[in-house]
Design a protein around this ligand. Structure first.
Ligand code: CTP
Length: 415
C-alpha cells in the first residue's frame, strides 16, 4: 500500500478525480486529498472524504485532524506543522485535474494554498495531469509552464484529445481516464511500495474465433471487458502483467504487455509459452469448445450449402494446470446458466485443477458480456464467497484480493 497525495484544482474534470480516489482506495492505497478553493465549486469535499475516509484540506492554515497521517495509519501523538506534513509523508503526489492557473502557479513556485504549498514542499515523485480548454492548453504560456515543470522533474501526464466540456468543442485538453492516471501514479511509486511488485500475472481475455472459411468463423459474445479490468487492477498493484487478448476491441491498460490471438489453438500456444514464468493465471477468456474439423481455403458459396462437422478444442486451462509448478496460482472462470450453477462450477474447479473458479450467472441480462457491471461467486477449496453486482473494476479487485489470499495461504511471494 502506498500513500498518494491527490491535489484537485478547479475544473470541470474534477469529477474524474473522485473516480481516481475511488480506484486508488479500492487498490489498497491510502489517499489524502487537497482541494483548491475553486475545486470545491465543481465537486464537494464530502464526496472525497466519503471515498478516501479522511478529511480534505484546502487552506494551509487549516488544522489537519489526522495530523498528516494517511488512511490506515495512526496519527502521531504530537501536532506537526500541518501544511508540510502530508507532502513529507506521501509516496507520490498527483495534481489532477491541473488547471491552467494551477499549472502557472506551480511553475512559478507559488505557495498560496495547501495544494500549491504541498506541491512545492514535496520531494516524492510529483505528477501533474493538465486539463483545460484546448486553446488554453496550446497557449505559449501554458506550454512554457509545463516545460519548466518537466525540466524540474515533474511528470506531466498529457491530456487526451477528444470532446471537451464546452458544447461542440473538440481538441486536446481532456483529462485522461482515472484508470490511466492511477496506472501512471502507481508506475511512479518507488519499487517495493506496490503490493504486487515482483508478481507476474497472466490474463487471458475475449472470445476465440474458429475459422470456417477465410471470411466466416464460429465465435462467442465475450467482449474481454472482465479480463481487461483484471489486467488493469493487477498492473495497478505493481504486477508485471501479460494479457493474451482473443479478438478484444478494447485497448489494453497502461503498462500491460499484450499478445493478440484469434483462435483457441493460438490462445493455447500463447498461454503455454507464457505460463511457465507466471505466478498467477487469470483465465478469463472464453475459448471455443468446438472448431470446424476442416477449414475451407476459399470462401464457400451459399448455393453449395454448408454442413459443418465440429471437433472439440483442447481444454487449455486443464492442460496448463497439469503442468503447474509450486508457487503458481490458477484461477478459472465459468459462465453458467442459473440453477445448479454453483455445483457445476465446483465440479469444474476440481476437474480442471484450478485453485479458484469465478462463477458468472449468464442468465442475468444486467451482468456479463457487454455490460460494464458484473456479479460473481468465488469458489475455492474452502467454500464460496458472493461478490454482489458492482463495476467490473470493483469485481476485478475482489477477484485479486481473493487470489492474493490464496497465494498467501500457499506461501506465495505476494498478495
Ligand atoms: N477453458 C479453456 N479451454 C477451453 C474452454 C474453456 O481453458 N477450450 C477455460 C475458460 O477460460 C474458463 C474455464 O475453462 O476459465 C471454464 O470455461 P467453460 O467454458 O465453462 O468450461 P467448459 O470446459 O467448456 O465446461 P463445460 O463442461 O460446462 O462445457
Amino acid at each position: 500500500m502506498a500513500r498518494i497525495l491527490l491535489g484537485v484544482s478547479g475544473g470541470i474534470a474534477a469529477y474524474k478525480a473522485l473516480e481516481f480516489a475511488r480506484l486508488a482506495t479500492l487498490g489498497g492505497h491510502g489517499v489524502r486529498v487537497l482541494m483548491s478553493e475553486t475545486a470545491s465549486r465543481f465537486v464537494g469535499a464530502a464526496s472525497f472524504e466519503g471515498i478516501v475516509g479522511a478529511p480534505v484540506l484546502v487552506s494551509e492554515f487549516e488544522r489537519d485532524p489526522m495530523r498528516g497521517a494517511f488512511p490506515g495509519e495512526e496519527p502521531p501523538g504530537h501536532d506537526p506543522i500541518g501544511h508540510l506534513e502530508l507532502a513529507a509523508n506521501c509516496d507520490a503526489m498527483l495534481v489532477a485535474p491541473a488547471t491552467a492557473n494551477t499549472v502557472a502557479k506551480l511553475a512559478a513556485g507559488a505557495a498560496d494554498s495547501m495544494l500549491t504549498t504541498s506541491f512545492l514542499a514535496c520531494t516524492a515523485p510529483r505528477l501533474l495531469a493538465p486539463a483545460m480548454n484546448d486553446r488554453m492548453y496550446a497557449d505559449a504560456a501554458t506550454q512554457a509552464n509545463l516545460a519548466t515543470l518537466r525540466e524540474r522533474g515533474v511528470e506531466v501526464i498529457e491530456p487526451d484529445e477528444g470532446r471537451l466540456a464546452s458544447r461542440g468543442e473538440y481538441g486536446r485538453g481532456r483529462l485522461p481516464d482515472p484508470e490511466r492516471l492511477l496506472a501512471r501514479a502507481e508506475a511512479a511509486l518507488p519499487a517495493g511500495e506496490r503490493p504486487w511488485d515482483g508478481l507476474r500475472v497472466l490474463v487471458t481475455a475475449g472470445g476465440t474465433r474458429e475459422p470456417i472459411d477465410p471470411v466466416r468463423f464460429i465465435g462467442n459474445r465475450s467482449s474481454g471487458r472482465m479480463g481487461i479490468a483484471l489486467a488493469a487492477a493487477a498492473a495497478r498493484r505493481g504486477a508485471e502483467v501479460t494479457l493474451i487478448a482473443a479478438n478484444v476491441a478494447l485497448p489494453e491498460p497502461a503498462g500491460v504487455r499484450r499478445i493478440d490471438v484469434e483462435s483457441a489453438a493460438q490462445l493455447a500456444a500463447a498461454a503455454e509459452a507464457e505460463f511457465p514464468r507466471t505466478h498467477l493465471l487469470l483465465m478469463a477468456a472464453a475459448p471455443a469448445d468446438f472448431r470446424a474439423a476442416t477449414t475451407a481455403t476459399e470462401k464457400m458459396a451459399r448455393a453449395d450449402g454448408l454442413e459443418l462437422r465440429l471437433e472439440p478444442t483442447e481444454d487449455i486451462l486443464a492442460a496448463l494446470t497439469a503442468t503447474r509448478a509450486e508457487g503458481q496460482t490458477i484461477v478459472g472462470f465459468a459462465a453458467e446458466h442459473g440453477g445448479d450453477g454453483v455445483d457445476r462450477a465446483r465440479e469444474k474447479r476440481q476437474r480442471k485443477g484450478a485453485d479458484m473458479i469465478v462463477l458468472n450467472d449468464v442468465s442475468d441480462p444486467a451482468i456479463g458480456f457487454e455490460s460494464s457491471e458484473n456479479a460473481v461467486t468465488l469458489i475455492d477449496a474452502e467454500g464460496e464467497v458472493e461478490v454482489p453486482i458492482a463495476s467490473k473494476d470493483a469485481i476485478a479487485e475482489a477477484i485479486l484480493d481473493r487470489s492474493g489470499q490464496l497465494r498467501a495461504k500457499a506461501g506465495g511471494p505476494a498478495g
